[in-house]
Ligand binder design. Sequence first.
Ligand SMILES: *[C@@H]1O[C@H](CO)[C@@H](O)[C@H](O)[C@H]1NC(C)=O
Length: 209
Amino acid sequence: MTIIKEYTLSEEQLKQIKAVPLTPESFAKFGSIISADHQVANAPKSSANQGTAIKLHKVAPITNNYKDCKSGVMGTANWNIFRCSPPKHLLSESGTSTIYTSKVLERHPFSTQTFMPMGRAKSNIPAYLVICAPTDYNTDGNLPDYTKLEAFLCQGNQSVTYGMGTWHAPMVALGDEEYLDFGVLVHENGVPEEDCEECVYSPGFQIVF
Ligand SMILES: *[C@@H]1O[C@H](CO)[C@@H](O)[C@H](O)[C@H]1NC(C)=O
């Protein structure tokens, strides 16, 4: 991981961003999701497992583009585990809402990254919060356009795949449990500045839900 830029935000850049439910449509510009109830109607499908399973085909594409990296070291597909505790120091209550203070955006320039939650009950209660920003191609280094931050509330039976190079906040587990485990699929080559870039914001953005 390499920090490529640090920002100090002015008062007017501190506007609050309201998190919305994660759907294939709401997340489309940042990547893809696996969300069976959303996809069962429209995804290409077939019968599998002697008729006991419905197979939904190719719901969340993954990309390995390390062929374009400077070092020439190819990335391998790795399943990692992220055991994520709710970041209590960044979460606060305000009336009936919760506010998360988002201070970091990162990206994986040559790979998609999929977070698949494990072990949280199926429910409509949000299990984790995802925050993304589009890339500002007018900046040197293609930095995040943090004026267009968007936030998504995700359930325990939904996974998120950040598109290759998509700026996103570190994972925010929610709820009362000590931690939420994710299986995380990403391509990595072990060269820190090629695997992950980071921008840091002070005092941070306020995400409300
Ligand atoms: C997740 O599970 C809950 C409870 O069964 C269900 O209501 C909801 O539709 C499911 N969500 C998705 C995206 O499949």
